[in-house]
Design a protein around this ligand. Structure first.
Ligand SMILES: C[S@@+](CC[C@H](N)C(=O)[O-])C[C@H]1O[C@@H](n2cnc3c(N)ncnc32)[C@H](O)[C@@H]1O
Length: 304
């Protein structure tokens, strides 16, 4: 949905745009391509490796300013202040992990590659998933797996993790995937690995992902010019619900008054959905990129 993201985002080629989730810089490079002289791109990633890797690719074209920031997008306001940037024309978030992070065994995001269970997007701080899995109480683990993995067998999985770690510390993705698979009674012929929800839940907990999204939603509304756009691509129902409910509170709706007439109610600043329904990937894109199956693209325009 790259084309739709760009169409939703860019309203002025000479404007200032923020990519909050640089990743492999697919979106960032495409934004830069579309920007004309005088345009600015500010890119964030909390993963220092991502910033290092994409630096060269994003070296500014003639007349374009590029700023790369290693930080959580939740700190966007302070970072824009530091760069001397007030309001911007558009902000893009493409949530979740990058294919680069998933494919590197040493990052520990995926049971497809055996490695230490780290799962931190920012390896300079915070506890690893291994620390969480080996120290959290059974109840805490069950809550995490139920809430972020939306997994009905969360209690059973948490119990299995606690029993397994009593014998030997859980260090690797293969070890954890095996424990979860056995707890859930094997693959049962299903395409999706039984550990998928547990891995997703631990990743979301380790990186405190929903809290960062909640923080950046408020910031973005205060930082986009009237007529500017906010584009959010989600891959998880909890993320999408958060984004949808947040912006819906800012979309003016009519309320009938007792004395007749109507008034508009909304939280400041008002926004409008650019597309009434979220966009989803077509079957062609889903075939090429399985991750896009759960993608939802929501775009709002900030009102005057
Ligand atoms: C799905 S990838 C983005 C892919 C990117 N749009 C591209 O075209 O290659 C998500 C990226 O966002 C980063 N990320 C996730 N949460 C973040 C946060 N709270 N702050 C900054 N970066 C974050 C991840 O480290 C990852 O590199």
């Amino acid at each position: 949905m790259l084309a739709e993201c760009l169409e939703g985002l860019i309203t002025d080629p000479a404007g200032i745009y923020v990519d909050g989730t640089l990743g492999n810089a697919g979106h960032a490079a495409a934004i830069l391509d579309r920007l004309g002289e005088g345009g600015t791109l500010v890119g964030f990633d909390r993963d220092a490796d991502a910033i290092e890797r994409v630096k060269e690719k994003l070296v500014a074209g003639a007349g374009k300013r590029v700023e790369l920031v290693h930080d959580n997008y939740a700190n966007m306001a302070a970072q824009l202040d530091r760069l001397g940037i007030g309001k911007v024309n558009g902000i893009l978030l493409d949530l979740g992990v990058s294919s680069f992070q998933l494919d590197l065994a040493e990052r520990g995001f995926s049971f497809m590659h055996d490695g230490p269970i780290d799962m931190r997007m920012d390896r300079t701080c915070g506890q690893t998933a291994a620390e969480l899995v080996n120290t959290a109480s059974e109840q805490e683990l069950a809550d995490i797996i139920f809430r972020y993995g939306e997994d009905r067998s969360a209690r059973r999985v948490a119990r299995a993790i606690v029993e397994a770690r009593a014998k030997v510390r859980i260090e690797t993705t293969a070890q954890l995937a095996g424990i979860v698979e056995r707890a859930k009674g094997g693959r049962k012929g299903k395409k999706i690995h039984p550990a998928t929800q547990t891995f997703q839940a631990l990743r979301m907990a380790v990186n405190d992902e929903l809290a960062s999204i909640e923080r950046v939603l408020e910031t973005m509304l205060g930082r986009v010019v009237a007529g500017g756009r906010i584009v959010v691509l989600t891959f998880h129902s909890l993320e999408d619900r958060l984004v949808k409910q947040f912006f819906s509170r800012h979309v003016p709706r009519e309320e009938s008054l007792q004395q007749g007439g109507v008034r508009l109610i909304y939280e400041e600043p008002p926004v409008e959905w650019v597309w009434k329904k979220p966009l989803t990937a077509d079957s062609g894109e889903q075939g090429v990129n399985p991750r896009s199956r759960s993608a939802k693209l929501r775009v709002v325009e900030v009102g005057v």
